[in-house]
Write a protein that binds this ligand. Structure first.
Ligand SMILES: [Ca+2]
Length: 347
């Protein structure tokens, strides 16, 4: 055996040390991986199929390690909406995610797809009795989370958030307001039309997430105690012109999201992406996708129009569209959403 002072051994040891330092340098140069964003997802999953697509994007982002899905609740009184959410969760390999739905007063609209998905795909929801009150789902999930760690995403009505704000302390549980103040980092809300300068919403444009339960929208937006980011319709719906969904046809027929789009249209077509962009922003932040306006707050009126009023201490913001190479970045955003929408589940 050669001695440690043998020339060949010395050369080998020197090379090994250089390689070790090079490896350490590469590791040190890697940016630290961000912790997954903790998402509580609240959807109407009823009148529009983009809720199904947005939930698919959320699962795809979770499969990439970018977010952790804490719970998925619906802001409507239809158990088939909760069943559809549960079926999509199961398809993506998360069949045990906490569910919730509105109990008591709330929105119930006709849907073109949730009864089909509830009938054709496996899920846990045999009746409304199988789905807890979303208010209690919020309470039970938030209680277990670290302080200021949770991002709430609403892509539907604000009924559940109103009920949470009004939930009293009971049986050793803190009040809903206390939980929001202690556990929630921010709320990302799909709602509003931020048109004009300064923005001033217009009833003619439609603003259904606020209009269909306007009492809840008015109360929540005026009483919410932690930061809000609004994603207006102009970011992912009219008049942005962004659409995705047609490419779901290349995914398997046992994909409930593909079939939600099919039943919505009676064919495999694309739909606007209002709920998608809200979800993507909640997980990835601005990146090179959007800009943001932060100095102000939404002064919402009982008729659901609003003005954006100047302020520096209200912690409210709204997304702004961004150019890419001097042009609208709509096709760029669509390509990102399309890739996530059609990404096979990791399971
Ligand atoms: Ca929606």
């Amino acid at each position: 055996m050669p001695s440690p002072t043998h020339p060949r051994v010395r050369i080998f040891l020197r090379a090994a040390i250089i390689a070790l330092f090079a490896f350490a340098a590469v590791v040190a140069a890697e940016p630290p991986k961000a912790a997954p964003v903790k998402i509580f997802f609240d959807t109407d999953m009823e009148t529009d199929c983009d809720d199904a697509g947005a939930l698919a994007v959320l699962h795809a982002l979770a499969d990439r390690g970018e977010c952790e899905i804490l719970a998925t609740v619906v802001s409507v009184r239809d158990p088939n909406s909760a069943a559809t959410v549960d079926a999509i969760n199961a398809y993506y390999g998360r069949p045990n995610l906490p569910l919730g739905m509105v109990k008591g007063a709330g929105v119930l609209e006709k849907s073109k797809y949730v009864s089909h998905i509830a009938a054709d795909f496996p899920h846990r929801v045999k009746s409304a009795d199988d789905v807890p009150d979303a208010t209690l789902t919020y309470r039970d999930v938030l209680e277990k989370q670290p302080d200021q760690s949770v991002t709430i995403v609403t892509v539907g009505y604000l009924t559940n958030l109103k009920n949470l704000l009004e939930l009293p302390a009971k049986d050793g549980h803190p009040s809903g307001l206390d939980l929001i103040q202690s556990k929630v980092a921010r709320w990302v809300c799909m709602g509003g039309n931020f048109i004009g300068s300064p923005p001033q919403d217009d009833l003619k444009l439609g603003n259904v997430n606020f209009q269909r339960d306007s009492a809840s929208a008015l109360y929540v937006i005026h009483h919410w105690p932690v930061p809000i980011v609004f994603v207006g319709r102009e970011i992912g719906s009219v008049p942005s012109g962004l659409t995705v969904g047609e490419s779901l046809a290349k995914t398997p027929s046992d994909n409930p999201v593909r079939m939600a789009y099919f039943h919505y249209f009676g064919a495999q077509k694309s739909r606007h992406v209002a709920d998608f962009v809200t979800t993507l922003y909640a997980v990835r932040g601005l990146r090179d996708y959007w800009d943001i306006e932060s100095a102000g707050f939404m002064d919402l009126h009982p008729n659901m129009t609003f003005e954006w009023q100047p302020a520096t201490d209200r912690h409210q913001s709204y997304l702004l569209k961004k150019l890419r190479d001097g042009q609208p970045n709509d096709r760029y955003i669509e390509s990102i959403l399309d890739e996530l929408l059609t990404q096979p589940p990791h399971r």
